[in-house]
Design a protein around this ligand. Structure first.
Ligand code: KIV
Ligand code: ZN
Length: 517
C-alpha cells in the first residue's frame, strides 16, 4: 500500500529525538545509527533523527543517520528560528529523502509564560519559518506544541497559515499527556474539517503518556482521520514517554476489522527493535509490557493453558512470531560454523551492516563453549553489542573475586589501557562494588554509578546475565552494557563499556567541534 493511500497510516519514529529526551537515555552517534538501521528494517516511514541546532553532537547524529538509511524520510526538529532551520537543513542535506519538522507552541499557557508572544506573533513566526524551509525542502512538517491545551479555533488559524506557507504534514501534539481519547478524536475531526486546505495535508498525532493514554489517544486520532502517528520504540520519551510504536502498530493490525487501515511496518522486526533500544539505553522492558514484555505471550493459569493447548485462538489475539518473539529456540551449538551463524542472523532479519562479523562470530563461539544452548535472544544480544561497539580504551584481561559470609568481598583485576597492562585490587560492600572500585582504581575515573540493573537473557542457570549501567561524569552521562554467563564479569564489562563510551564521546565530540561542517 502506498503512503498516499487514504487507508495508510504513516509511522513516524522519534526514538532518536523525543525518545532520547528520556532521562538517562542519551545515545552516542554509533548507537543512533544502529537504531536508525533497525528502524529502516522495520520499514518506518519517517525517522526524526534529532534536533540539529541543540548541540554539535545532535547535528552530527542527524547528518550520519541521514547518510546511513535510504528508504525513510529523515527529519531534524527545528524551532521557528533562522539558525535552527539552517542547521536542520544542513544536517539532512545528504539524506535520500530529507525533511524538516518545525514547531512552536500554540497554547495560551505557553504563549504567556514561555514564549512571551502574542497569538498573531506565533502565527507570523510559524508561517515565516515554514516559508523559509520551503525554499530548500519539499517535506515540511509543522507541530503546534501543546495543541491539546490550545484554543481549537486559534489552532485552525495557525494551521491554515502554515498550509499556505507549504507545510505538508500537520502535527497536533498532546505535549503534556493531558488529553482524553474522546477529546482527541473530537479535536482531530474539528481541525480536519475546519482548517482551510485541511483535506489536502496529512494530519499527525504525537501523544505523551503522562496519564497512560498515549496509545489510546493516538488510536482515537487515527479513528478521526489522522494518517500519521508519532511514536517511539518501547514508548521511550520525555517524562512518562511517548506512544509505543509496537502497541499502535499491533492494535491497528489486530483490529483491522475495526480500523480498516494499514501501516508499512514489518512487524516481525518489532521484537529485535525493542531489544536493541533497551540494550543501548539500558532501560529495561517491563515484564508485563504489551507486545514485547516477557509475559506478553505467557499463559500461566491452568484454564488458559488448557485452552491454548486445545486451540491457540482461545486466549491469543496475536501470534508471538508476528512480532518476532522467538520461542527460545535452540539455534546453534558449539560445533556450528560461521555459515550457520550468519544464516540464522539473516533468518532473524538482523541487519548486519556496521557489524564486524569476525568479532561477532568469535563471541558466539566463546559463548557456545560456555553455554549448552545458544538461543535467538543470545544472538540478538551479541549482535546488538557489536553494532554499537566503540573503540575500547579500557579492556578487561583478567578478573578474580572472593566473597564469603565471613570476609569482606574483594576483587583483583588486570586491564589493558591504551595497550599497557595495569593491575588493581579493591574491596567493597559486595563483589560488584569491589569490582567497580578496582576498575576505578585502575582507570582513575571519578565517574559515579547512577543506575545498575541485571537480567537474564534466557532462562536456565547457565543463561547469560545482561548488565546495564549508567555512569555520570559531571554533565556527561553514558550507559554501558555487558553480557556474560558470569554476572560479575558482565558487571565489569558493563562498567568498562560505559567508560569506553564516555571516552569516545569526549574525543568524538571534540573532533566534531574542530572539523565540524
Ligand atoms: O511533545 C511535543 O510537543 C513535541 C513537539 C516538539 C512535537 O515533542
Ligand atoms: Zn513530544
Amino acid at each position: 500500500m502506498q503512503a498516499n493511500d487514504p487507508n495508510y497510516v504513516q509511522i513516524f519514529d522519534t526514538t532518536l529525538r523525543d525518545g532520547e529526551q528520556s532521562p538517562g537515555a542519551s545515545m552516542n552517534v554509533e548507537e543512533k545509527i544502529a537504531i536508525a538501521r533497525q528502524l529502516e528494517q522495520l520499514n518506518v516511514d519517517v525517522i526524526e533523527a534529532g534536533f540539529a541546532a541543540s548541540s554539535e553532537g545532535d547535528f552530527v547524529s542527524v547528518r550520519r543517520v541521514s547518510e546511513a538509511v535510504a528508504t525513510p524520510i529523515v527529519l531534524s526538529l527545528a524551532r521557528t528560528k533562522e539558525a535552527d532551520i539552517e542547521r536542520a537543513i544542513r544536517a539532512v542535506e545528504r539524506a535520500k529523502r530529507p525533511g524538516i519538522h518545525i514547531f512552536i507552541a500554540t497554547s495560551d499557557i505557553h504563549l504567556q509564560h514561555k514564549l512571551m508572544m502574542s497569538r498573531q506573533e506565533v502565527i507570523d513566526a510559524a508561517a515565516w519559518a515554514v516559508g523559509l524551509a520551503g525554499k530548500h525542502l519539499d517535506y515540511i512538517e509543522f507541530s503546534a506544541e501543546d495543541a491539546s491545551r490550545s484554543d481549537p479555533e486559534y489552532l485552525v488559524s495557525v494551521f491554515a497559515e502554515v498550509i499556505r506557507a507549504g507545510a505538508v504534514t500537520l502535527n497536533v501534539p498532546d505535549t503534556t499527556g493531558y488529553a482524553l481519547p474522546h477529546q482527541t478524536s473530537a479535536l482531530f475531526r474539528y481541525l480536519i474539517g475546519a482548517t482551510p486546505g485541511g483535506h489536502g495535508v496529512r494530519w499527525s498525532a504525537h501523544c505523551h503518556n503522562d496519564l497512560g493514554m498515549a496509545v489510546a489517544n493516538s488510536l482515537a486520532a487515527v479513528e478521526a482521520g489522522a494518517r500519521q502517528v508519532e511514536c517511539t520504540v518501547n514508548g521511550l520519551g520525555e517524562r512518562a514517554g511517548n506512544a509505543a510504536m509496537d502497541e499502535i502498530v499491533m492494535a491497528l493490525r489486530t483490529r483491522r476489522d475495526f480500523f480498516g487501515l494499514e501501516t508499512g511496518i514489518v512487524t516481525e522486526q518489532i521484537y529485535a527493535a525493542s531489544r536493541l533500544v533497551s540494550q543501548i539505553t539500558g532501560i529495561p522492558i517491563p515484564i508485563n509490557k504489551p507486545i514485547v514484555g516477557e509475559n506478553a505471550f505467557a499463559h500461566e493459569a491452568g484454564i488458559h493453558q488448557d485452552g491454548v493447548l486445545k486451540n491457540k485462538i482461545t486466549y491469543e489475539i496475536m501470534r508471538p512470531e508476528t512480532v518476532g518473539v522467538g520461542s527460545n529456540r535452540l539455534v546453534l551449538g558449539k560445533h556450528s560454523g560461521r555459515h550457520a551463524f550468519v544464516d540464522r542472523l539473516k533468518e532473524l532479519g538482523i541487519a548486519a551492516q556496521g557489524i564486524d562479523m569476525n568479532k561477532a562470530f568469535a563471541r558466539f563461539k566463546t559463548l557456545a563453549d560456555k553455554k549448552k544452548s545458544v538461543y535467538d535472544e543470545d544472538l540478538m544480544a551479541i549482535v546488538a553489542e557489536e553494532a554499537v561497539r566503540v573503540p575500547d580504551r579500557f579492556e578487561l584481561t583478567a578478573l578474580s573475586v572472593t566473597s564469603s559470609t565471613d570476609v569482606q568481598p574483594s576483587a583483583s583485576l588486570r586491564l589493558r589501557i591504551d595497550g599497557v597492562e595495569r593491575a588493581a585490587q579493591a574491596t567493597g560492600d559486595g563483589i560488584v562494588d569491589a569490582c567497580y572500585h578496582a576498575i576505578a582504581a585502575a582507570t582513575g575515573t571519578r565517574c559515579k554509578l547512577e543506575r545498575y540493573a541485571v537480567k537474564a537473557i534466557t532462562s536456565g542457570t547457565d543463561a547469560q546475565g545482561e548488565v546495564s549501567c549508567l555512569v555520570r561524569d559531571g554533565s556527561l552521562t553514558s550507559t554501558g552494557q555487558g553480557a556474560h554467563t558470569d554476572i560479575i564479569v558482565a558487571s565489569a564489562l558493563a562498567f568498562l563499556n560505559a567508560l569506553n563510551k564516555l571516552e569516545y564521546r569526549r574525543r568524538y565530540e571534540d573532533r566534531a567541534r574542530v572539523t565540524g561542517p
